[in-house]
Design a protein around this ligand. Structure first.
Ligand SMILES: CC(C)(COP(=O)([O-])OP(=O)([O-])OC[C@H]1O[C@@H](n2cnc3c(N)ncnc32)[C@H](O)[C@@H]1OP(=O)([O-])[O-])[C@@H](O)C(=O)NCCC(=O)NCCSC(=O)C[C@@](C)(O)CC(=O)[O-]
Length: 415
């Protein structure tokens, strides 16, 4: 055993050497030649990503679903609201009724959300909360330009969904129950074994025909890669694995791949490192950021991803959710917190369906933060859980202060 004083001296030496190395690295990074080569490297990265987009099966000319949610404006950040799926699937407070799920989704759409995950066609033995997804889709008021996506893990899930769509056909006056599915895998086989009962390679083999058939039936397909930075079973994940799995999903025909920090443990610099690797081969327009907030870095990770060109962010109202494989994990980054952080930053958070002219669903250009705060409180109270959105809590406190002030002024005016 090493005696304590020797250990602490060794530790001091290590710290000193580390700080010298850090300073050296900083100098090197900012050396003009190094900076030039970095610029060259990032140019090459962009060229390589562009050439991927133009030569692979995701090329715009070959794929009518090839665009993601992104609007033309590069300053627009598009939101995918995952609360009704990723959030509710992990709720432990008893089975949530179809009525509550439907009301949650309809409230979100009224607030301006255009991309919402409405549920999953997965095994009810694995995820009991998602069992009523068919009923949810049938009960929803469908706004034509809103995407009500559902998760599909395998051929059985797709076949169940297609039967539902066949027995509830769309018409000029009623849009289809859904026009989008999401398939999902991960960067590590330990995670896919826990989540899908197979390895990453096996999951990709199962997903490929699902993507093909869904697209043949006119559905657009989004892909997910979980555990892109940390895996609860394997620890730090190699970014090249993330890149390779995401690339495979895009080549299969997913219009976008969402990169998930499933356990919410990633730090911003680790997200940056992961993105730098993924972007060497894939275009940012085909990627989305999906951050959980377990360690409180969710918003920081969103703000790290956006300057890399990531223009689609998944989030969950009230920060609903958790992760069954990561004890203590909280939900997705809260939608309210993401919107607040991006306000007045030069970016606009879109949910801009043109809308129909019905009185309940009036079209909006952006997602309405005040309404989302109300929804976050409504669903948190309904489920008997804490509201995990910091912005939600702050706005509520501000409203209470303003109400008290108004009452005081009323009293004064009576005197
Ligand atoms: C994929 C399976 C089904 C494999 O599970 P399995 O046990 O290997 O399935 P199987 O093929 O052996 O079938 C077993 C039974 O399940 C049934 N079954 C089989 N497939 C289905 C289906 N689609 N829908 C309904 N039932 C199904 C099948 O019919 C059979 O029924 P039985 O004969 O025993 O009565 C299972 O592992 C599963 O459902 N996994 C899904 C888990 C899940 O939903 N996880 C959460 C979503 S992923 C996520 O949250 C991460 C994400 C996306 O948010 C991003 C991030 O944060 O990182």
């Amino acid at each position: 055993m090493i005696p304590y004083p020797v250990l602490s001296t060794t530790a001091l030496v290590v710290v000193h050497v580390k700080s010298v190395l850090r300073a050296l690295r900083h100098r090197l990074l900012h050396h003009p030649v190094r900076m030039l080569s970095r610029r060259l490297a990032s140019h090459l990265k962009r060229v390589s990503a562009r050439s991927f987009a133009s030569t692979s099966s995701i090329s715009a000319s070959h794929n009518h679903w090839s665009t993601n949610h992104s609007e033309p404006s590069s300053q627009t950040v598009n939101l995918v609201e995952v609360g009704p799926r990723d959030g509710l699937q992990n709720e432990k407070s008893g089975i949530i009724s179809v009525e509550t799920k439907v009301e949650l989704i309809e409230r979100l759409v009224r607030a301006g959300v255009t991309n919402v995950e409405a549920g999953s066609f997965v095994s009810p033995k694995w995820v009991p909360q998602m069992a009523g997804t068919s009923e949810v889709l049938k009960s929803l008021y469908h706004v034509p330009s809103v995407h009500y996506a559902v998760l599909v893990p395998n051929a059985k899930g797709l076949s169940d969904l297609l039967s539902l769509l066949a027995s509830n056909p769309s018409s000029p006056s009623s849009p289809p129950l859904t026009d989008e599915i999401s398939v999902f895998t991960a960067a590590t086989s330990s995670f896919t074994r826990a989540n899908l009962n197979c390895t990453v390679a096996e999951s990709l083999q199962k997903i490929a025909p699902v993507v093909r058939e869904a697209r043949d039936r006119g559905l657009r397909v989004r892909g997910y890669v979980s555990v892109v930075v940390y895996c609860p079973f394997e620890g730090r994940v190699e970014s090249r694995k993330v890149r390779d799995v995401a690339k495979e999903l895009l080549e299969m025909g997913c219009y976008e791949v969402s990169l998930g920090d499933t356990v919410g443990q990633a730090r911003p610099h680790e997200v940056a490192e992961m993105l730098e690797e993924v972007l060497t081969e894939l275009p940012a327009e085909k990627l989305a950021g999906h951050f959980h907030d377990t360690y409180g870095t969710g918003v920081a990770n969103v703000l790290t991803a956006v300057p890399y060109g990531i223009r689609t962010i998944d989030a969950s109202v009230g920060g609903l959710g958790g992760c069954p494989y990561s004890p203590g994990a909280t939900g997705n980054v809260a939608t309210e917190d993401v919107i607040y952080a991006l306000q007045e930053s030069g970016y606009r958070v879109a949910g801009s369906w043109t809308g129909d002219s019905s009185s309940d669903f009036s079209g909006r250009g952006t997602v309405d933060l005040e309404q989302l705060v109300d929804i976050g409180w409504w669903i948190s109270e309904k489920l008997g859980r804490q509201n995990a959105s910091r912005v939600g809590r702050a706005v509520k406190a501000r409203r209470e202060r303003e109400e008290k002030q108004r009452e005081k002024e009323k009293e004064k005016s009576k005197l």
